[in-house]
Design a protein around this ligand. Structure first.
Ligand SMILES: [Cu+2]
Length: 157
């Protein structure tokens, strides 16, 4: 009887835990664009309290949004789309230039330094999908990574 009671209590507390906000996003930013640039990256740190996956994202400023990783292909660093980014429990996963990033493509307009871009992250956790809203400030465009962005093969998935 004692054991059964404990099991019920544990199940209830797990349910309550799962319903709470489980993903924290810090230091989000988007690289600003120069005229007629069609794509840029969004970066941030994501920490999930319980194991989760980033499975998608969207933004009103971009027609297409993908999750990208950087990978060595034939000794050349290239970015490519991935279906999901694993978010281990309690470990901050950093999206940064030269690493994982949220790729904003088919940009609807220029992104100017100082403005804020709304992003919606789609997180899968405990078999459920939830949306996490992020407001990402736009930082100055820099030359860094521009070459990789220009060269990359944005093939269809
Ligand atoms: Cu990319």
């Amino acid at each position: 009887m004692m054991i059964r009671k404990f099991a019920v209590a544990a199940a209830l507390s797990f349910a309550a835990f799962a319903a709470a906000a489980q993903v924290a996003v810090s230091e989000p930013w988007v690289r600003g664009t120069v005229a007629s640039q069609m794509a840029t990256g969004a970066f941030m740190k994501i920490t999930a309290a319980a194991p989760a996956r980033l499975v998608g994202a969207r933004s009103p400023v971009a027609g297409v949004v993908e999750i990208h990783e950087m990978a060595m292909v034939n000794n050349v660093m290239r970015m490519r789309a991935i279906d999901a980014l694993e978010l281990p429990a309690g470990k901050a996963v950093e999206l940064r230039p030269g690493g994982y990033h949220v790729m904003l493509m088919d940009l609807q307009r220029d992104l100017k330094e100082g403005e804020t871009v709304p992003l919606t992250l789609v997180i899968e956790q405990g078999g459920k999908r939830q949306s996490v809203e992020v407001k990402a400030p736009v930082r100055a465009p820099t030359a860094r990574n521009a070459m990789e962005h220009g060269k990359m093969d944005h093939g269809k998935k």
